[in-house]
Design a protein around this ligand. Structure first.
Ligand SMILES: [Zn+2]
Length: 163
């Protein structure tokens, strides 16, 4: 069940070049700095040289601010297409979260509709993150949600609620 090759309208592909980007591994969540490939030739499906398990994606450095974060990569149809090692620890699902519907893993006190809208907006190319409270495995957390790619998806960074 993968819909990663879904084509989005070109108007939704517009991304600000001024936005600062960083590359990250979907498994070990190591950060690799700004992309080196030209924007029109994104590196696709490159395997992480650090852990050998994740692939390298790109997101706004405002979304992913530190290495080894707990995050989920979610497609526009609200399914988990990748999750970091730290996120699997938070979710504590024996078989892992891959392929599961996002809304079976977490809810939001702000409303599921609000959460779904933020995820779909990010998956459609909005890189700048927004933050929404979430409830994950009975824990109150915050999800910082911004776009990532390539292919396009939403990145949900799970963090303790800022005090
Ligand atoms: Zn890695």
């Amino acid at each position: 069940m993968r819909h990663l090759a879904r084509v989005h309208p070109s108007t939704e592909q517009r991304r600000s070049n001024r936005e600062e980007l960083t590359r990250f591994c979907t498994h070990c969540a190591e950060l690799f700095g700004a992309p080196t490939a030209p924007a029109d030739k994104p590196l696709r499906g490159r395997v992480c040289g650090n852990c050998g398990l994740g692939v390298i994606l790109t997101c706004s450095s405002a979304t992913l601010t530190a290495p080894r974060a707990a995050f989920l990569v979610v497609t526009a149809d609200l399914r988990v297409s990748a999750s970091s090692r730290a996120a699997e620890d938070v979710l504590a699902i024996p078989d892992g979260s891959y392929g599961r519907p996002l809304l079976s893993l977490l809810t939001s006190p702000a409303g599921i509709g609000e959460l779904a809208r933020a995820v779909i907006r990010a998956a459609n190319g909005t890189l700048a993150p927004s933050t929404i409270p979430v409830l994950v495995a009975s824990k109150d957390l915050e999800a910082r949600i911004g776009g990532c790619g390539n292919p396009p998806a939403a990145l949900l960074v799970l963090e303790p609620v800022a005090s």
